[in-house]
Design a protein around this ligand. Structure first.
Ligand SMILES: *Cc1c(COP(=O)(O)O)cnc(C)c1O
Length: 388
């Protein structure tokens, strides 16, 4: 099976991890701070905090922005469930803003409309979590302008988008947001097996994220409530968690991030070949906005035709036939508001029509660093047969 995404592990990655296993520190050693400094360099943000997953990073970002009971967080319905769950972990409630069908990112038009209504009703969100879907940055300048005018904070879920650029600046720079999140799950751009990071330019937020990452415990005497009792002494200042990244993970991250530019360039090369070869078929290829350089975590085609039962059947036919041909197509994502858990919270079919329409036609086709031209030609020729 040609997978839809796959990590690249070289001997350098293996050697780096083995070296850590033979060292004194399996956790809380030098590799994590080194990885954090490389993440700052790659993103341009002033602070980076590495953690054990992007899900944890999203949770910590919400905690740092003091999201709690009574607060509302908005995100996109077309994302992995973690982008919404993080608000619920904090006791807040979640709502969604429909997508723009061409970029599959949160619609700025829908956001503006919803903010105006919420403002009148006194129900503005505390935080908006935008998702750079498939690796293409959202329209951050306009989202930021709107958030500023309504006093709303912004988290960028950039799980798909390390290595992407918006207006020539790396995603993660936080130029238009409070906090950005990366994921290092193996299907993402670079991997630490499991892992994530939160980036910010705000030192207070960075300190809070770091504090919550490790039980709410500090050894920094400057912030303690009384003089240190001695070298063993630490204080718990908040109710934190253990979301630490291990040294093994960070060592892998350090060798992987050296290849980031190359990974993203290769993904763009594969995407360009798909764009050329699939034009003229009865499907829509992804559109990248002029001010964006996508990381192309995913390459998502959309089948054409009216939404409805026939389209649902057609997508299933193409999906099944591709899988039959050993091509690991996938669908990203099932709209979060249609998950049974979210339906129990009151969301229903019809709430976010663009997201639901998109879900009927979306198909992720393979894209990853190690994908050969031969593999890609196989994917293209089957698609030409199935969706002429
Ligand atoms: C993968 C992903 C996450 C979760 O990442 P983990 O590192 O697996 O916790 C969150 N949001 C989006 C958009 C993702 O794709």
């Amino acid at each position: 099976m040609i997978p839809y995404g796959k990590q690249q592990i070289l001997q350098a990655d293996i050697d780096a991890v083995v070296k850590v296993l033979q060292s004194d520190f399996l956790t809380q050693g030098p590799q994590v701070p080194l990885f954090e400094s490389k993440l700052k360099e790659a993103s341009g943000a002033n602070h980076a905090v590495a953690v054990n997953s992007a899900t944890s990073a999203l949770h910590l970002a919400c905690l740092a922005l003091e999201v709690g009971p009574g607060d509302i967080v908005w995100t996109s319905p077309i994302t992995f469930v973690a982008s919404a769950n993080c608000a619920l972990y904090c006791g807040a409630s979640v709502d969604f803003v429909d997508i723009d069908i061409t970029t599959v990112n949160m619609s700025v038009y829908a956001l503006e409309k919803k903010l105006k209504v919420a403002d009148k009703q006194g129900k503005l969100p505390k935080v908006i979590i935008v998702v750079h879907m498939a690796g293409q940055p959202c329209d951050m300048e306009n989202i930021h302008r709107l958030a500023m005018s309504f006093g709303v904070k912004i988290i960028e879920d950039a799980s798909h988008a390390i290595g992407a650029k918006y207006q020539d600046k790396p995603v993660g720079s936080c130029q238009f947001s409070d906090i950005s999140i990366f994921s290092f799950h193996p299907v993402k751009i670079i991997t630490t097996a499991e892992g994530g990071a939160a980036l910010t330019n705000n030192s207070e937020l960075a300190e809070r994220i770091a504090l919550y990452r490790s039980h709410g415990i500090t050894r920094n005497t400057d912030v303690m409530t009384e003089a240190s009792h001695g070298d063993w002494y630490y204080q718990q200042l908040a109710l934190g968690l253990n979301y630490r990244m291990t040294e093994l993970q960070a060592a892998l991250g350090n060798t992987q991030i050296a290849r980031l530019t190359n990974f993203v360039a290769q993904r763009n090369k594969i995407a360009a070949r798909y764009n050329d070869s699939l034009s003229g078929l009865s499907l829509t290829t992804p559109k990248v906005h002029a001010e964006c350089y996508s990381a192309f975590h995913l390459y998502i085609i959309q089948l054409q035709g009216e939404a409805g039962d026939a389209l649902v059947k057609e997508r299933k036919r193409v999906f099944d036939a591709m899988r039959e041909k050993q091509i690991g197509v996938h669908v990203h994502y099932i709209p979060v508001h249609l998950q049974p858990y979210y339906q129990r919270l009151g969301f229903k079919l019809g709430d976010f029509p663009n997201a639901e329409d998109y879900y009927q036609r979306a198909l992720s086709i393979p894209i990853f660093h190690g994908m050969s031209e031969e593999m890609q030609l196989k994917v293209i020729s089957h698609l030409k047969e199935l969706a002429p």
